[in-house]
Design a protein around this ligand. Sequence first.
Ligand code: IPE
Ligand code: IPE
Ligand code: MG
Length: 263
Amino acid sequence: MFKNFLNKQVNIAQPIEARKEQVKRESVPSHIAIIMDGNGRWAKKRALPRIAGHREGMKNVKKITRCASDIGVEVLTVYAFSTENWKRPKEEVDFLMRLPVDFLDTFLPELIERNVRVEMIGEPDVLPKHTQGALFEAMERTKHNTGLILNFALNYGSRDEMVRAMKAVMQKVQQGDLCIQDVDEVCLSQHMMTSHLPEPDLLIRTSGEVRLSNFMLWQLAYTEFWFTDILWPDFEEDAFLDAVQGYQKRNRRYGGLKGEETN
Ligand code: IPE
Ligand code: IPE
Ligand code: MG
């Protein structure tokens, strides 16, 4: 923003690098989770098949991963395929299952160079072998990296995760390895697929839908939400930085009071 000769405020789009520097001056969310929605509608608007939207969406994951890594985000969790997405037509599911292969074929060297660690949440066993292979290879080859964790939620469903956690806890109780008195929130968190990660600070959902669609219901208890109408393939760096700056203006209270409110 500057004043022109008529003394009017003029909005000049800031270059993206300057925006990143500005964002880094305040507290950057450690963990950002994204429900990447709207690929199908992006394609439909252009009279293209839905899969064209998914391909474009995949390209955007690269852009947002770079941006998240540049501003110092620790964990970026991206919802890529839900336990409910198996209901879609077989051709679409097949295409979605090939995307991690294409993504990693073309992007793994850069991820390694950027010190990014690839991880996943969700149940991998029922994924096609080529999908598993690409993911496991990326996880293996990046396991010692110490930069951004790029965490794919793939065949992930929050209720499925909670059922699995409950079963694991109950089994330990049954075997006498755990007392019922010791089953508390920390214990349940330790049995979630995210046990080693901080809880998300910021959740972003694109495409105008205002729901969670079975995503991280346990972990999002105190997360800040950012909903935008922008469709995922169009959600580029500027929109991402808008979300982070929106987060930086929020006042997180966790049920208590903050600062002057305590007087
Ligand atoms: C999100 O885009 C990607 C996945 C769910 C895999 P959609 O495919 O849900 O796109 P819309 O919601 O139909 O536009
Ligand atoms: C949520 O989007 C799942 C992913 C983004 C992977 P959906 O498009 O499947 O969600 P609904 O059906 O609109 O709730
Ligand atoms: Mg959708």
